[in-house]
Design a protein around this ligand. Structure first.
Ligand SMILES: [Zn+2]
Length: 71
């Protein structure tokens, strides 16, 4: 009887380990993707680029290093 309880405990443990791990991984991946795909306008030339590629200086977004230095 104790042996069976141990087996069930291990199975449940492994089950929850994978179930808990999976959504966490996908949600963090999704959040990162959403953040990087958000579009922002360059304050110098109004070019839209993804926030992941944008240059940020003093809370302003720039499409390139050249625009950042030109401001
Ligand atoms: Zn620009």
């Amino acid at each position: 009887m104790l042996k069976w309880l141990l087996v069930i405990a291990v199975v449940v443990g492994v089950y929850y380990f994978f179930i808990k791990k999976k959504p966490l991984k996908t949600s963090s991946k999704k959040a990162a993707k959403e953040q990087s795909s958000e579009m922002v306008a360059c304050v110098v030339c109004d070019t839209y680029c993804s926030i992941g590629d944008a240059f940020i200086k003093e809370r302003r977004y720039y499409c390139s290093k050249e625009c950042m230095e030109a401001s």
